[in-house]
Structures are given as structure tokens and as C-alpha cells.
Write a protein that binds this ligand. Structure first.
Ligand code: FES
Length: 105
């Protein structure tokens, strides 16, 4: 029998993440990149599926992040690579009273 634990983890303060930037955090030993977008927040796995680039350090534009190593772009809502087959996991992220909370999906 498996048990599902619905856990939200506090990962930092809203002020830690400037607009159109990302920050890498650890949630249950998994690296997650949290991004501040003009209309809210996004969270994806922080490790690029190509060769492990740090997606939290990538440039954000048009709801996508560009990996700083080789330039693959990932949609921050769907996790899909723009023009390719790679996918990164998308996680839930919420702002509560000035703090950021992440739930792995
Ligand atoms: S490691 Fe991200 S594009 Fe190569």
C-alpha cells in the first residue's frame, strides 16, 4: 500500500526572487527553480535535462527560461522544451504572507 503525503515546503521569502529571475531551492532533496513572473510564480526542476545546466540561473522571457549552458528554452507553465522533446517537471508554487511555498508534483 502506498501513502501519498501532500506536503508544501516553505522555500524562502518573496523578496528573495526579483522579477523575471529565478532562484534554486531544495525541496525534499530535489533541486527546484522558482521564478517570479509578471503575473505570478512558476517552479520547475532546476536541472536541465540536456546536460544538467542550472535553469534557475537562466534568462526569463515570454513565460520561458533559457538554459545558461546551451540555450534550450523551457516553458515555465508546461515544462516543455521550445522546439524540442525535452521536458522538465513543473511544480506548484504559492505565495503566502510574503513567503514562498512549493509542492512537488
Ligand atoms: S545543459 Fe541546458 S541546454 Fe545544455
Amino acid at each position: 500500500m502506498s501513502v501519498t503525503i501532500d506536503t508544501w515546503v516553505r522555500v524562502g521569502a518573496v523578496g528573495d526572487v526579483p522579477l523575471l529571475e529565478g532562484r534554486s531551492v531544495t525541496v525534499d532533496a530535489r533541486r527546484v527553480a522558482v521564478f517570479r513572473l509578471p503575473d505570478g510564480w512558476a517552479a520547475i526542476d532546476a536541472v536541465c535535462p540536456h546536460r544538467g545546466g542550472p535553469l534557475g540561473d537562466g534568462l526569463v522571457a515570454e513565460r520561458c527560461v533559457t538554459c545558461p549552458l546551451h540555450g534550450r528554452r523551457f516553458d515555465l507553465v508546461t515544462g516543455e522544451q521550445d522546439g524540442g522533446d525535452d521536458v522538465v517537471a513543473v511544480h506548484d508554487v504559492e505565495e503566502r504572507d510574503g513567503e514562498l511555498w512549493v509542492h512537488l508534483t
